[in-house]
Design a protein around this ligand. Structure first.
Ligand SMILES: NC(=O)C1=CN([C@@H]2O[C@H](COP(=O)(O)OP(=O)(O)OC[C@H]3O[C@@H](n4cnc5c(N)ncnc54)[C@H](O)[C@@H]3O)[C@@H](O)[C@H]2O)C=CC1
Ligand SMILES: O=C(O)CCC(=O)C(=O)O
Length: 446
């Protein structure tokens, strides 16, 4: 790392002790932007990097709620409003027991550059809670969401901060959150949250957008190498929102998805994942993947407690959680013929894994670029809400596809410009950074 950046990074470590995921996310960006500082001394003069690494505002709050038996529980809620140089803070809410400030900050930091890459007017933020929705009844989830929003509502708004979903927060939770916001404020302010249901201001394609967008991005990477999804063996990790729609689009584009996973293990289905069955189990019944194997037939086995990355594939789309592909996984994947990786999740590949993929010449699409279709479609939802309009599925999907093509094109051009052809990590970090840095310079010392 460039000497100046290394000292900034040391400072980040000192000021944010123990927040290892945040350190990892910062390090990856700082490792890419050294050459930009050479071309733009004004960024260093104005301490843009130091400012970008410090959130504009961090909110931590108590979330008390009662379960169905009347027992009281206390969770912790977070919203990190990281950077609003390009627009209102924008980014999802994660409900998962592992959530703490370091996770929310890594996600918020990534979001700054991802949102910038979309070319749309959205700043970066993220939030969530250590609440575990697993095993909770619908009424418990509703009470939790209502309590969470009873504090969050004073910090958000169409022009301030616009949350959405992430792990553990889907359409159901967004509905409960929006309902409580509307009740407290007495305002039907649709632009305050995205990922809403279609009956109350949601946008077509937002549910599908992250997974579809990731498939479109991988399609572009494959096209750039003169190939396509056609007939390729694909593994997608996870079986949540991003994974399900990544599988759907890959299948439509001619790929064959042979494995997916959840936090308990994975299934291999050589005939190709049966999407209807997967949706029924995961989205309707909110069940476990083990049930998929039990119902699908003898050719499918559920493999408990192991990583899906031991299944050979030509294309990998990690769509579960951070740091799921280790260096060892990556080495094995390269050895068994993986030619492209599109990160549906945020930071799912460890730094060692990324290094191995890049050195092996694998087309590696980092999350900031490859999964930006979700937040981009959220920005389209905001556009529709602001103009009291609603677009068709076809129009919105077309727009998403164009956005993903543009992001791919800019990553390629920027990597070329900086002498690192084919390096989408450098392309995404540099292009995402430049736009935010220029806006910050224009806005003065704020
Ligand atoms: N929902 C969205 O629009 C976007 C989500 N993402 C990222 O995509 C990833 C998945 O998010 P969603 O699909 O929305 O969440 P989800 O809650 O719908 O699904 C998460 C999936 O990951 C699995 N999972 C979670 N923790 C795991 C662990 N420790 N080990 C193995 N599997 C695990 C779960 O079993 C589930 O299948 C996350 O990294 C999220 O930050 C990125 C961009 C947008
Ligand atoms: O749609 C959004 O605002 C948030 C999506 C998100 O959380 C992400 O891109 O990781």
């Amino acid at each position: 790392m460039h000497e100046k950046l290394s000292s900034i990074y040391d400072n980040v470590l000192r000021r944010n002790p123990g927040e290892i995921e945040f350190h990892q996310a910062v390090r990856e960006v700082l490792e890419s932007v050294g050459p930009v500082l050479g071309k733009h001394p004004e960024y260093a003069e104005s301490k843009i990097i130091e400012r970008i690494c410090e959130p504009e505002r961090q909110i931590i709050f108590r979330v008390p709620w009662a379960d169905d038996s009347g027992e009281v529980h206390i969770n912790r809620g977070f919203r990190v409003e990281f950077n609003s140089a390009l627009g209102p803070y924008k980014g999802g809410l994660r409900f998962h027991p592992s959530v703490y400030l370091g996770i929310v900050k890594f996600l918020g930091f990534e979001q700054i550059f991802k949102n910038s890459l979309t070319g749309l007017p959205i700043g970066g933020g993220k939030g969530g809670s250590d609440f575990d929705p697993k095993g909770r009844s619908e009424r418990e989830v509703m009470r939790f969401c209502q309590s969470f929003m009873t504090e969050l509502y004073r910090h958000i708004g169409e022009y301030t901060d616009v949350p959405a979903g992430d792990i553990g927060v889907g359409g159901r939770e967004v509905g409960f959150l929006f309902g409580q916001y509307k009740r407290i404020t007495n305002r039907f302010e649709s632009g305050v949250i995205t990922g809403k249901g279609l009956s109350y201001g949601g946008a077509q394609v937002r549910t599908e957008a992250t997974g579809y967008g990731c498939a479109f991005f991988v399609e572009e990477m494959l096209r750039a190498r003169g190939t396509s999804f056609d007939g390729k063996t694909v593994v997608v990790s996870g079986s949540g929102n991003v994974a399900v729609y990544a599988i759907e689009k890959v299948e439509q584009l001619g790929g064959r998805v042979v494995a997916c996973s959840d936090s308990a293990g994975y299934v291999v289905d050589d005939k190709g994942i049966d999407l209807e069955l997967l949706k029924q189990i995961k989205q309707v019944e909110r069940g476990r993947l083990e049930t998929y194997a039990a119902r699908r037939g003898d050719h499918v086995a559920f493999v408990p407690g192991r990583s899906v990355w031991e299944v050979p594939c030509e294309v990998a789309m990690p769509s579960a959680t951070q740091n799921e592909i280790t260096g060892r996984d990556a080495a094995k994947m390269v050895e068994t013929g993986c030619v492209a990786v599109g990160e549906g999740a945020n930071m799912p590949t460890t730094p060692e894994g990324i290094k191995i993929f890049l050195e092996a010449g694998v087309a590696f699409g980092p999350g900031k670029a490859a999964n930006a279709g979700g937040v981009a479609t959220s920005a389209l939802e905001m556009q529709q809400n602001a103009s009291r309009d609603s677009w068709t599925f076809e129009t919105t999907e077309l727009r998403l596809r164009e956005i993903m093509r543009d992001i791919h094109g800019r990553c390629v051009e920027t990597a070329d410009e900086y002498g690192m052809p084919g390096n989408y990590v450098a392309g995404a970090n540099i292009d995402g950074f430049r736009r935010v840095a220029d806006a910050m310079l224009s806005l003065g010392l704020i």
